[in-house]
Design a binder for this molecule. Structure first.
Ligand code: SAH
Ligand code: AVI
Length: 352
């Protein structure tokens, strides 16, 4: 008789994830312009590299947003109100969330959502120990897909999605629109969205943030190939791909690429991919917003803008949006019907 090893209840989930990962990689590398979905940056190594990025001198977004949170978290918590269920998209280490939790009145629970499983669970455990009265229910999931929210014991007065870090900027305008529309549905009547967004500014400042002197962003970018090697048995020669990040002014976004240093062939699970010298894999977009674009996106997705906080330099902003009751509710004059992503030269300073 053959002994069977009891399978972990998660075994099927892992297999399905690996299948999806392989399918996404093969699809991306088969496209006329090769690309890879940026959510695959974040395995354990990638999440640790991202944490190092947040501490770089050049990478201003994290410390700027954290300063906004430290200064205004009490006011934000007041707007979110008592007994809110806080759901966080792309929670990572939940550092900024702590600022908010310090001020929230009797929260019904906290649901951090992230694709980076190990990171999510260790962060959630640490947070649960720091806030013993808070029910923490981590959810390892892709927040762009339909979500089954875990139940919390306390009854929530409202649902609020916290979406910091300008992770929304990693989505194309169409995908951002779809994600926020779905989010309005998830929050429901009376719900809200607290969103942290990196703003348009001098492109030299932005480009420096993605081309740091220590090469951490380059290592973060290349880790996606190393991960494909580790998890899908591919044979990328990682050093034969150069990190490239530049500001695309027409699209108002940073683009990250991995550029083949020579002609080469790479195998991913039995499929061969040919690279010419100089051919690139587009690995990430990081869109930078204007107030106009942001307010417009909010309206198009069914939200009203309640409050905006920004830093002195106007580098970054956190906005609180609430789900609109009607089409007219909360629409500021002159904003309805404008393009969600105006070209870079269009007005940046709109006073709210
Ligand atoms: N919120 C943190 C981390 C931002 S890094 C901060 O502000 O510093 C982006 C995070 O989003 C990572 O932890 C990554 O694993 C997660 N992530 C990216 N795409 C995701 C997706 N589609 N679904 C769930 N999590 C995602
Ligand atoms: C998570 N996301 C908003 C980061 C960004 O700035 O687009 C990811 C990152 N990529 C390179 N550096 C940081």
């Amino acid at each position: 008789m053959i002994d069977t090893i009891p399978q972990s209840p998660f075994a099927d989930v892992f297999k399905a994830d690996a299948r999806q990962f392989r399918a996404d990689v093969v699809r991306g590398l088969s496209a006329p312009k090769k690309e890879l979905p940026c959510k695959y940056f974040y395995d354990e190594v990638g999440s640790a590299l991202f944490e190092q990025i947040t501490e770089l001198d050049e990478y201003y977004p994290t410390r700027t947003e954290l300063a906004i949170m430290e200064r205004h978290a009490a006011e934000m918590a007041g707007l979110l109100g008592p007994r809110c269920l806080l759901i966080e998209y792309g929670s990572g280490s939940s550092v900024k969330t702590r600022r908010l939790l310090d001020h929230l009145r009797d929260p019904a629970g906290y649901v951090p959502i992230d694709v980076s499983a190990d990171y999510l669970h260790s962060s959630a455990q640490a947070l649960g120990e720091e806030y013993p009265d808070l029910e923490v229910q981590p959810l390892c999931a892709d927040f762009t897909r339909p979500l089954g929210l875990p139940m919390c014991r306390k009854r929530a007065a409202r649902r609020v999605v916290y979406f910091p870090g300008s992770t929304l900027g990693n989505f194309t305008p169409e995908a951002a629109l779809a994600l926020l529309r779905r989010t309005a549905g998830l929050c429901g009547r009376g719900g809200g969205l607290l969103l942290g967004i990196d703003m348009r500014k001098d492109p030299r400042v932005i480009e420096a943030a993605y081309n740091d002197r220590r090469g951490v962003t380059a290592a973060f970018n290349r880790n996606i190939l190393a991960r494909i090697n580790r998890e899908l048995g591919a044979d990328f020669d990682v050093e034969q791909f150069a990190h490239r990040a530049f500001y695309n002014a027409d699209q108002g976004r940073i683009e990250m690429h991995l550029v083949s240093r020579r002609e080469q062939v790479v195998r991913v699970g039995g499929v061969q991919f040919f690279f010419t010298k100089g051919e690139s894999i587009h690995t990430e977009n990081s869109h930078k917003y204007t107030f106009l674009g942001l307010a417009d996106l909010a309206v198009a997705c069914g939200f009203a803008t309640e409050r905006v906080w920004e830093d002195e330099r106007g580098y970054f902003c956190v906005v609180y949006l609430t789900v609109r009751r009607s089409r007219k509710d909360g629409v500021l004059p002159g904003w309805a019907g404008r393009r969600a992503f105006p070209p870079a030269h269009e007005a940046i300073p709109v006073t709210l």
